[in-house]
Design a protein. Structure first.
Length: 205
């Protein structure tokens, strides 16, 4: 494994980490992401998870406020509600009755966060990556595009590297020099790296 490969794999790993540096200056403080929060879990599931002490559920149950209905959310952030519903409806088990939207009571009239220093983890890491569903026209749009391209490029790199290895070594038990892994182990490791991106289409990159 040469230095170039090491850097490429390290960069790729960083894309999974949620502490990646986001250029916060890109946020134009429209405040819409704080008024159109949703999750793939139902509210009942979140309540149960919150009882079990799960922080990611607690914020929905205790910290954010639930809109009484999707129509109420639509009045405030129509474009984001439509976008989210459009994306979720691509899932075969989509059920609109299971979706809830939330807003945060801590967003100011100017779109600022009044609890910035102590904001929850999910706010600190948003947008998580290039595919995070931010409201249309969000200041991070260009950044998300670049992040998507970087991820695709890294996935392609890994696939090409794996293909090279498999063309050199015909036996799964061969040790790959510099990796200290068999071909089989290396394949499993690399496929695991790209697995989280399958839902975004990585099989075709
Ligand atoms: S939607 Fe984008 S631009 Fe608007 S407040 Fe959220 S992060 Fe900032
Ligand atoms: S805590 Fe701050 S950043 Fe998070 S949703 Fe509320 S206002 Fe927005």
């Amino acid at each position: 494994m040469d230095q170039g490969q090491t850097n490429e794999f390290e960069n790729f790993d960083k894309q999974f980490k949620e502490t990646v540096n986001r250029p916060q200056a890109l946020c134009d403080t429209c405040g819409r992401c704080c008024k159109s929060i949703t999750t793939s879990r139902t509210h009942e599931e979140l309540e149960q998870m919150a009882k079990e002490g799960k922080e990611e559920a607690w914020v929905f149950v205790e910290f954010f406020k639930r809109y009484p209905s999707i129509d109420e959310a639509r009045k405030v952030v129509p474009e984001q509600v439509e976008q989210v519903i459009r994306e979720l409806s691509l899932n075969k088990d989509f059920d609109i009755n299971k979706i809830s939207f939330y807003y945060c009571p801590h967003v100011t009239k100017d779109g600022l966060c009044s609890v910035y220093e102590t904001r929850p983890y999910c706010c600190r890491v948003a947008p998580r990556h290039g595919w995070s569903l931010m409201p249309p026209g969000c200041g991070f749009e260009g950044w998300q595009f670049e992040e998507r391209e970087k991820t695709k490029s890294s996935v392609r790199y890994i696939k090409e590297y794996l293909q090279r290895i498999e063309s050199i070594y015909s036996n799964d038990d061969d040790i790959v020099p510099g990796q200290n892994l068999t071909v089989k182990e290396l394949r499993e490791k690399l496929l695991k790296k790209i697995e989280p991106w399958e839902k975004y289409g990585s099989l075709f990159w």
